[in-house]
Design a protein around this ligand. Structure first.
Ligand code: MLT
Length: 407
């Protein structure tokens, strides 16, 4: 008799965003005449930057020739892209990252979900609350938690991010081995300063822990004092893995391209307490389970770093940040307090009522989809998240519909 992985049975319902999509589909089936504006899942709506499209086309044409055709590429990514990343995303900011420490992949969701395979089953995990659900769900699947009780999984150290700490969690008071951090934050849109991040890096070094730093939203940072990478912090190369994505920065949600940085100095320990570099382990995993991102997609990603690509991506992001301002202003006028939106595409709104109730009410009365804060964890109860990823016209319309619904 084949038995299932019982840990999957501990998971709560379906994946948050699938759950929301199902509810929205049911609403649309019941109300086919109603327009629905989606400010729920952070999915981009603008077309790919022209520079990326041009590079994509050129690469597809190359694939149509005998001399330009490529079969399997290097699993870690082509050198042209890894080098462009190292130079532009890190070295230009004074952060030491080398091309061969970069692993190109098809998404930060997959990478943040898969990385936990490298660590022991009894690793003690610290996860923010509220949090992007992938970090938690993948550790539940791997059996690193007990059961779900009172809105939380037993065995997880929750790092509460609330108004009281300005949505930057305090250090844990119990021992942990693996720490998930995400800045600019999904879902709260909060940011972390270099000084605050240094505290975490020092903590990880002192406690032989590792930080998994999700920087998928770094391109939205407009405050020049904020760090874009954890490697801007001294000592981070030994204790941090960083995840990046082209999904939100260049509109690649449907095109798929991202990368993970595993510095050569980055270590964990074997059962005998000996240091084990993580770079060869991730390389082994990547080569065994992944066959690389397609050549045209990597050429399109490389174009992000051309002068035209940089300008076009900045314009895209500025547009979304403009939407965030519109959302924040409208919610403030309606008397709601919120954070985020300045250096992130998410606005985290205190709804003063049950999150799912707020979600249902907005959908029903305004035809606007939000993400209920409770879906991101216990500390998200009472909040909703609005995403700035839509056209400006739709955002303006959505805010007007919300105004009418809440009036
Ligand atoms: C979100 O809405 O939180 C994200 O778009 C989901 C994702 O990136 O997978």
């Amino acid at each position: 008799m084949l038995k299932v992985n019982e840990h999957y049975l501990k998971l709560q319902a379906s994946y948050l965003f699938s759950d929301i999509a199902k509810r929205v589909a049911a609403f649309q089936a019941k109300n086919p005449e109603r327009e629905v504006i989606k400010l729920g899942i952070g999915d981009v709506t603008n077309p790919l930057p022209a520079a990326c499209i041009q590079a994509f086309h050129t690469a597809v044409d190359e694939m149509a020739t005998t001399s330009g055709f490529r079969g399997y590429g290097p699993e870690q990514g082509y050198d042209f892209l890894r080098s462009a990343i190292a130079v532009n995303d890190f070295q230009a900011r004074g952060a030491e990252v080398h091309a061969d420490e970069i692993f190109v992949s098809d998404g930060a969701k997959c990478d943040t979900g898969n990385i936990q395979e490298l660590f022991a089953a009894d690793a003690r995990i610290a996860i923010p609350d509220p949090v992007y659900p992938v970090y938690l769900d993948t550790n539940v699947m791997a059996g690193r938690t007990g059961s779900f009780k009172d809105g939380r999984f037993e065995g997880i150290v929750y790092l509460e991010s609330t108004q009281a700490n300005n949505y930057v969690p305090d250090l844990p008071t119990e021992p942990v081995d693996l720490i998930y951090l995400c800045f600019p934050n999904n879902p709260t849109g909060s940011t972390i300063t270099k000084e605050q991040l240094k505290v975490w890096v020092d903590f990880a070094r002192d406690s032989k822990a590792l930080i998994l730093f999700d920087a998928a939203y770094e391109a939205f940072i407009r405050d020049p004092k904020l760090p874009h990478s954890i490697y801007e912090i001294e000592g981070a190369r030994e204790v941090a893995i960083e995840f990046r994505s082209y999904s939100k920065s260049a509109g690649f949600t449907g095109t798929r391209c991202a990368y993970t940085v595993v510095p050569k100095e980055c270590m964990a320990y074997d059962a005998g307490g000996n240091k084990q570099p993580l770079h060869p382990l991730w390389n082994r995993r990547h080569c065994t389970k992944f066959n690389g991102v397609s050549y045209p997609v990597q050429r399109a990603a490389e174009a992000v770093y051309s002068p035209e690509g940089k300008a076009q991506c900045t314009a895209l992001i500025d547009g979304y940040l403009g939407n965030a301002k519109i959302i924040g202003k409208a919610m403030a006028e309606l008397g709601y307090s919120y954070v985020g939106g300045d250096n992130a595409p998410y606005i985290w709104i205190q709804g003063n009522r049950d999150s799912w109730e707020f979600f249902d009410m907005l959908l029903d009365k305004a035809g606007v989809v939000c993400t209920p804060g409770a879906g991101f964890g216990k500390c998200g109860q009472g909040y909703i998240r609005l995403s700035a990823f839509n056209s400006e016209a739709n955002v303006v319309k959505a805010m007007e519909l919300i105004r009418q619904a809440l009036a």
